[in-house]
Design a protein around this ligand. Structure first.
Ligand code: ADP
Ligand code: ASP
Ligand code: MG
Length: 405
């Protein structure tokens, strides 16, 4: 008997019919002779509307209360899915993150999983239940409800698969795998049969929201092999696993677009040691992730420091930096949205020179202006105007031969 962990995302449980569809899939997996744990997200749109509600009450709501609020989304789904399985005459029990033994640190809205004690999960499985666990949530050692960052049900599923030593981990979503680019943006995108943790990690971190980046990081760390596939058909999906030699033959695996980007500029920073350190320490202490950083040439003893952040963190970054700007004697802090980050990713880049030049020439050839650049061993990212983002993704996808042949 195999132990299978399945995760169903928001669209897959988006209405009562779809919840019944998931109930049938869980049961079919069980009837094939397996034990099944299903980790589920909030019904699609629910988390967004809860966030909107909160913002109508307070423009910067307490992060502790946000977690209490957002956890209700997943809690609705677990109960409904358990009921749907009951209506098919089978045994199922729902568990919140806390009941499933998921313990996290106390960083509200972006908590990290510290450990999982899945005793109750095993007891219920052994008693013949399908176990339905709320994704995206956990609790601190002193019983505060926490959530794991947007898209965090992916992380719940991977972490639970590791904790229960699952034989199979399947991430069911509304596309049938990881594609060479978002199939909703690049019509020509192709499904990737196998991808390495590092490549998917970069794609996810760079805006391909098919998997939460942190979940892929976790899978890599604990070597959880998983498959991304569709809850609406039975097509084989994408297998995500450690890098193999043959993966390096492909120069570019995929193109990622992140449209939720904003640029923050701290102007006229005194040009002396320790200034950048103070700026980025303050931002880090506010739990804001900084991405591309540019510091321009110093003129008259000052420099401008510009960096990109997620639009979700923009307000927090500005609130943090305003007092600091005064303290360090900088000129001021400004923000600009309406930008996007477009990236190409592939482990093959390590052994193939000239990729950056090809990328920049292609964008130039289509009249797309590059505002910022950042690179790592296996990715190149550029910040461009939001209006150019989809076109940039399409032309790069074509340039690197990723489309349907
Ligand atoms: P879920 O609710 O199941 O977690 P998400 O909406 O978080 O699903 O992620 C699935 C979506 O990710 C797809 O509908 C697709 O538009 C988007 N996506 C972005 N980049 C990619 C990619 N490279 N491959 C597949 N899907 C992608
Ligand atoms: N419901 C949460 C979100 O929308 C978590 C998830 O769906 O993975 O971000
Ligand atoms: Mg998701």
């Amino acid at each position: 008997m195999a132990l299978v962990v399945q995760k169903y995302g928001g669209t897959s449980v988006g209405n009562p019919e779809r919840i019944k569809n998931v109930a049938r899939r869980v049961l079919a997996t069980q009837q094939a002779g397996n034990q099944v744990v299903a980790v589920v997200s909030a019904m699609s749109g629910v988390t967004d509307s809860l966030i909107k509600l909160a913002k109508e009450v307070h423009d910067m709501p307490s992060e502790r209360e946000m977690d209490v609020l957002l956890a209700t989304g997943e809690q609705t789904t677990i109960a409904l899915l358990a009921m749907a399985i009951h209506s098919l005459g089978a045994k199922a029990a729902s568990l919140t993150g806390a009941q499933a033994g998921i313990v996290t640190d106390g960083v509200h809205t972006k908590a990290k999983i510290a450990n999982i004690t899945p005793k109750r999960v095993h007891e219920l499985l052994d008693a013949g239940h399908a176990v339905i666990i709320a994704g995206f949530q956990g609790e601190t050692p002193d019983q505060q409800i926490t959530t794991l960052g947007r898209g965090g049900s992916d992380l719940s599923a991977i972490a639970i698969a590791a904790a229960v030593k699952a034989d199979i981990c399947q991430i069911y979503t509304d596309v049938d795998g990881v594609y060479t680019a978002d199939p909703r943006v690049v019509k020509d995108a192709r499904k990737i049969p196998e991808i390495s943790y590092d490549e998917l990690l970069e794609m996810a971190a760079l805006g391909s929201k098919v998997m939460q980046a942190r979940s892929v990081e976790f899978a890599k760390k604990f070597n959880v092999v998983f498959e991304v596939r569709s809850s609406f058909n039975d097509n084989p999906g994408t297998i995500v696993k450690a890098e193999t030699r043959s993966m390096e033959d492909v120069v570019i695996r995929g193109v990622a677009v992140d449209k939720k980007q904003a640029k923050v500029t701290v102007a006229h920073v005194p040009d002396k040691p320790g200034m950048a350190a103070r700026i980025f320490r303050a931002v880090a202490d506010a739990n804001v992730n900084v991405d591309v950083i540019v510091q321009n040439v110093s003129e008259q003893g000052t420099t401008d420091v510009t960096f990109s952040v997620s639009t979700d963190d923009l307000k927090k970054a500005l609130v943090t930096l305003e007092p600091l700007v005064k303290a360090i004697g900088a000129g001021g802090v400004t923000a600009k949205d309406g930008i996007a980050k477009v990236s190409i990713v592939g482990v093959g880049m390590k052994s193939h020179p000239g990729v950056a030049a090809d990328m920049f020439e292609t964008l130039a050839g289509h009249g797309i202006n590059i505002q910022m650049i950042s690179t790592s061993e296996i990715k190149i990212s550029v910040v461009v105007d939001l209006k150019d983002a989809d076109k940039a993704a399409s032309v790069l996808h074509e340039k690197f031969g990723l489309g349907k042949k």
